[in-house]
Ligand binder design. Sequence first.
Ligand code: AMP
Ligand code: ZN
Length: 469
Amino acid sequence: MRVYNTLTKQIEDFIPYDDKEVKMYTCGPTVYNYAHIGNLRTYIFEDVLEKTLNYIGYNVKRVMNITDVGHLSSDSDTGEDKMLKGAERENKTVYEIAEYYTNAFFKDTNKLNIKKPEIVEKASDHINQYIEIIEKLLEKNIAYISNGNVYFDISKTKDYYKLSGKNKDELLIGAREDVQEDIYKKNPADFVLWFTVSKFENQAMKWDSPWGVGYPGWHIECSGIAIKYLGEQLDIHCGGIDNIFPHHTNEIAQSECYLGDKWCKYWMHGEHLNDQTGKMSKSKGEFLTLSLLEKKGYNPLVYRLFCLQSHYRRQLVFSYEGMDIAKNTYNKLIGKIKLLKDNPEGEIQHDLASNFKIKFKKTIEDDLNTSSSLTVLYDVLKSELNNKTKLYLIEDFDKVLSLDLIEHKEIEISEEQKKYIMKKISERNEAKKNKNFELADKIRDELKQNGIIIKDTREGTEYNIIKEV
Ligand code: AMP
Ligand code: ZN
């Protein structure tokens, strides 16, 4: 397998420390709000990566953290604590917010057929681990205490900028938010390992430490959790590209200084999903969540397909037109596969099938070229293979694609429900004809409340049943 390594800025052969088991760490969500579909794009990429590794024969031990504490929007202590902001917004405790949005996150990932990592750990459950690392860094004189906080001194590391590939001046100019002049720091890019002086009066999550009551900085959680569960040698660490600096840069600095050795071999980053305005954000414009897409009548797996159609290292612009195309493609695929399932004739043609398997494997092994993998799938459907062989191959490819291609389930509705929907649609059409738009909207809303989304098209009114209502 070949993968692009952000650390070396090139595509490399993938050779894990242990040739049987790959150790993989993925930065988890900050659970102060719903994930947006941009975040979910990153988790789809990581899921494809894990399943590809399985497909080619590796066991994968994968760990993910849940950031429920200490994620500041900036590395200096002038930033905002997103968790605290979420709690204030919803008048709940930080713990309630964390629990609610962690569950919401896994509901979303489940709908996207993203496998839950084997080990999922909350940042707030590993305080002792962080304290141990910080103590060692202080002992080694790599960390220092200033104004009550413990800082990491980046001048003590060699190659601090090796992951981001930027130099110090560029970062100072380009990333004011992340790198701030601060009278208490020795270097502007120094970052906090432990906060004891907090500007947040009502900080709910705080713990005792050798440096006073406080809470950990954001970056230390991933180093702490990764080292605790995966040991001192990590094969792959991934996240979205915004994680490269400062988060992953700081993770490398503190982990390697703590361990006294090289830590992670491959750093893989997914490009962003952008909206039409450029950047996806939870605060501006329409907040694009998976449930919003469902409410608009898109099956979550249509979004998965939308992502798989492009390479994870390419920016992807979200649009409803793009989603409609993906929906069309998905429905056609499912329709064709249904015909095969209705008539699964023949014996599996293993010789011919293995050629397609080799082609498929080549595409995903090539830095997860999922759009080419989909082409191999379409080639199978177009081929002269018998139905049984086609189904066999589709099932095999779906181990990685995870689009429910074989076991696709329509949401079952009874004849009675169908009659009800058709009656409501015709009442609505009647109301529209009579220019009674108020009634038409009322009927649409009533259907929506019952989990039925309708859409007017040139061919008439279509309806979609959404999964969870
Ligand atoms: P957060 O919950 O903010 O910690 O982000 C969770 C994951 O989503 C991280 O790996 C981020 O790098 C990633 N991410 C954030 N914004 C986007 C985006 N617009 N597109 C893709 N991934 C993103
Ligand atoms: Zn992380």
